[in-house]
Design a protein around this ligand. Sequence first.
Ligand SMILES: CC(C)(COP(=O)(O)OP(=O)(O)OC[C@H]1O[C@@H](n2cnc3c(N)ncnc32)[C@H](O)[C@@H]1OP(=O)(O)O)[C@@H](O)C(=O)NCCC(=O)NCCS
Length: 141
Amino acid sequence: MDAVLRIERSVQAYPWTRGNFSDALSSGYLCLVEEAACEIRGFAVLMPGVEEAEVLNIAVAHAHQRKGLGRVMLSDMLAMASKMNWLRVFLEVRASNEGAIALYHAAGFTQVGVRRAYYRRADGREDALVMGCYLTGEKNG
Ligand SMILES: CC(C)(COP(=O)(O)OP(=O)(O)OC[C@H]1O[C@@H](n2cnc3c(N)ncnc32)[C@H](O)[C@@H]1OP(=O)(O)O)[C@@H](O)C(=O)NCCC(=O)NCCS
């Protein structure tokens, strides 16, 4: 938990709290860490729904970004979701988060909506893009 919080606080302007992570764990959300040489380098949290799931959080420590870890964790979560027979995975992402949006597009997500002024930011609010990825081979969107 401490390692995950350190990463979260270093990469997010409005980080999840320890309580948010422990609620995710106690609610049975799928929580995954990427670890090598006894170092946690990234994590991801997937919230199950009835036939769908939502990626609530995913992050990689600064020092390990752009090495494919985000892609691997996202792909692992999509594989877990497929195994659970969920039909689609959703997520929300800041409209300004070009790196994450590029990662999601590369993994097969497409934009399915916008939540206006959804996120706080230093100078006001910013939109969330809602993105989805079908797991059944249907067309994304
Ligand atoms: C988004 C995040 C998880 C990506 O993790 P990562 O391990 O750095 O990403 P990967 O190395 O697996 O990148 C896979 C692909 O995604 C795209 N991508 C990832 N980061 C990018 C960036 N900063 N700029 C542009 N494209 C990017 C690229 O297409 C990349 O492939 P390439 O390196 O072959 O060009 C990471 O940048 C992060 O922790 N950001 C802060 C937290 C955050 O924004 N989380 C998402 C909340 S919705």
